[in-house]
Design a protein around this ligand. Sequence first.
Ligand code: SF4
Ligand code: SF4
Ligand code: SF4
Length: 281
Amino acid sequence: MQFAVLQLTGCAGCEVSLLNAGDELDLAKLAYMPLVVSTHDVPEVDILLVTGGIRTDEDLFKLREAASKVKKIVAVGTCAISGGVAGLGDRHDIRKHFLATTHQGRVPRMLPKCKPIDTEAEVDIYLPGCPPVPDLYVKLLNDPGSLKTTSIVCKECGRRKPKDLRPTKLTESIHKDEDPNVCLVKQGQLCVGTSTRNGCGAPCPKAGFPCVGCRGPSNNLIEKDANAWFESLANVFRRMTDIDPEEINEALRSPHLALFLFQFSDYTETELESRPKEKVL
Ligand code: SF4
Ligand code: SF4
Ligand code: SF4
């Protein structure tokens, strides 16, 4: 089964994560990935992994051309699924910066709005993550049936949630007295693992950092909109803490969680239909 990787506008982190899978992937089957294997253009392959969003007219051309030659398309990472960092260019201040006189001619022509790849090509599978961890690529390419992602990050994190511990304020993300066995929410941190789909192995909370939700909404939320996600998280914090709901609300809308919020921006702003959960790994 030959596969190729088409890189649209993103940061190449998805490609680096794929390479980090190392010997667990048969890279001899990798027919195209400009970072390491280059041919003139995408050859006919069984699976095309697409990373990055459609930000420029060049992205659009490359995707349309490649899509006609492959059997299956996988949208990999937040940028391909929702715009991610490439979608930041939709913000007026950033656009203004790029289009300022000093930058003219140095950046490719940007489309008016960054588009998820499924607006231009039929996507068979979505693999969210920023980037997806190497193990997700291994499972996707070697044994997709082994990917069980119908749960939430908390299930893979395993920290305890003592009932009698109820913080009253949000705390700094990293603090020296953090208890490695206790849920970060119970220690006043803004962890969104309760609403985020599993599959990554929870590397962030296991290392003491709150989950920012790069794997996107859990199965319960994926077919709903951003408001359902906010409501779900607000409920979690009401149940587990005594923190002022307004403080939580403000923090949830902060740039800290921007990448996750971009997963919803396409649902809320362009009125696209949500992704069918059976296609999301
Ligand atoms: S999803 Fe994340 S890691 Fe992948 S290209 Fe976009 S910003 Fe980079
Ligand atoms: S730390 Fe985060 S991921 Fe872990 S159990 Fe608590 S809410 Fe869930
Ligand atoms: S723990 Fe959260 S932020 Fe970290 S990789 Fe998993 S989904 Fe992404």
